[in-house]
Design a protein around this ligand. Structure first.
Ligand code: SAM
Length: 410
């Protein structure tokens, strides 16, 4: 089996346009499917598909697949990845022949403030008339159906939205997914959005989606309540979100804000629903059956002397553990009794405490009657789940492990 570590190629898949932390390599997804599949007709699920690595591997092997994501950005990108791209001439024609007097009313002031005027005008000019006046939740329909095929105009618009991540007036902060708006006078990429849109279309074309194989079905939904039939999935391959450091909404903030405005999705609600982001969560004290490791971890965090452990971080862990258990219950519902899967997950830190994230996942699967075994373990250096990447006060020894956990029914 290939290592789950993303290769340089995996990391550069979309150049600098897209921050999706592809937590495993394409060759790992291919290997895992080859090992776990008994027939090519088996149905593959990735409940957190991110950049779509699992879905793309399933498509390459001719297997049907379903992907669930809560980030509008990921869903838009996947719709583009798995739609037959318009021919270059048609694409360029649509990009050039747009509404000369677009209304800029389709976007909130927060979204508008992220872009320079010509870029916002370009995106607005690609919108169909009914979106601009009156506003509709037009993109919502695209997100809530598994139908992958986009019409050519929508294809061009979504490419422009993905590309807009790169021309937005934002900069990355010290945390890899924290961004801030540029201050007056700060330089930003002044590459025209039109050029960036063509570049993203070229990247998508080069991905070689197999049109003679089943098209991956993608849906904007929550992994805790998947719009998937009971007992319908043969194989699940995924990497769950990590706690603390990665906010998958903010990591593609400009595009996500445009997509939320066009679909009527509330950005703040989506951010709160994403598992693993540090956020103010309710202090949910209702009893929830959890395993021994989860109990002892919560205990350690509760008793940790650092500021805000009890008042804030403890509740984030409660929320994370509960969500992990809820997703495992959903997996139990949708996976056939003959089903099986593989999960890639790194451990992490809370301050100096090692958090055995893989053990949280394993306990949640065991609670649902799955059998689990660790199929692979490797060290990772630049690990994902660390509260503050620049801070070495708490965790000098940065070595952590990444696991591949295989699971199946007993
Ligand atoms: C570690 S990444 C998965 C990366 C993916 N394996 C790939 O190759 O790109 C975890 C993903 O989970 C998504 N996510 C977080 N909470 C979710 C939820 N409640 N339901 C569905 N997806 C969610 C995030 O948006 C993120 O893209």
């Amino acid at each position: 089996m290939h290592s789950p570590k993303p290769s340089i190629h995996d990391k550069n898949l979309f150049g600098h346009f897209v921050s999706v932390y592809a937590s495993f390599s394409r060759s790992f997804a291919l290997d895992a499917l080859n090992i776990l599949a008994t027939k090519r007709s088996e149905i593959v699920l990735d409940p957190y598909f991110g950049a779509g690595t699992t879905l793309s591997a399933a498509n390459e092997l001719g297997m049907p697949s379903i992907g669930i994501e809560l980030s509008p950005f990921s869903v838009a990108l996947a719709k583009l990845r798995f739609t037959t791209a318009p021919q270059k001439k048609i694409f360029d024609g649509l990009l050039a022949s747009r509404n000369p007097n677009p209304s800029l009313n389709a976007f909130s002031s927060e979204t508008a403030s992220l872009f320079n005027e010509p870029d916002l005008a370009l995106i607005s000019s690609l919108l169909p008339q009914e979106v601009v006046d009156p506003q509709t939740n037009w993109l919502r329909n695209i997100f809530s159906t598994t139908e992958p095929q986009l019409d050519d105009s929508t294809y061009v618009l979504l490419c422009a939205i993905i590309a807009a991540n790169k021309s937005a007036k934002v900069t990355k902060g010290s945390n890899p997914v924290w961004i801030r708006k540029l201050l007056e006078g700060e330089p930003y990429s002044d590459t025209k959005l039109e050029i960036l849109t063509k570049t993203i279309a070229e990247m998508l074309r080069s991905l070689n989606f197999r049109q003679d194989a089943p098209t991956p079905q993608v849906r904007l939904a929550d992994a805790r309540s998947m719009p998937i039939e009971t007992d319908s999935i043969d194989i699940a391959i995924f990497s769950p979100p990590y706690l603390n450091r990665l906010d998958y909404f903010v990591s593609n903030y400009p595009a996500n804000m445009l997509l939320c405005d066009l679909s009527g999705i509330d950005a703040e609600t989506t951010r709160k629903e994403l598992i693993g982001t540090t956020k103010i969560v309710g202090k949910d004290v209702s009893p929830y059956p959890i395993g021994d490791y989860c109990k002892s971890l919560l205990n350690e965090i509760w008793n940790h002397p650092s500021k805000a452990s009890k008042s804030y971080y403890y509740w984030n862990y409660v929320d994370y553990i509960r969500s992990t258990y809820e997703v495992s219950a959903e997996l139990r519902r949708v996976i056939k009794p003959t089903g099986r899967g593989a999960i890639v997950i790194q451990d992490s830190f809370y301050k100096e405490l090692r958090v055995l994230t893989h053990q949280i996942v394993v306990e949640s699967l065991l609670a649902q009657g799955f059998r689990c075994q660790i199929a692979r373990r490797e060290t990772v250096k630049g690990h994902m789940g660390r509260m503050s990447p620049k801070q070495s006060k708490y965790a000098n020894d940065k070595t952590l492990f990444e696991y591949v956990v295989e699971f199946s029914y007993t």
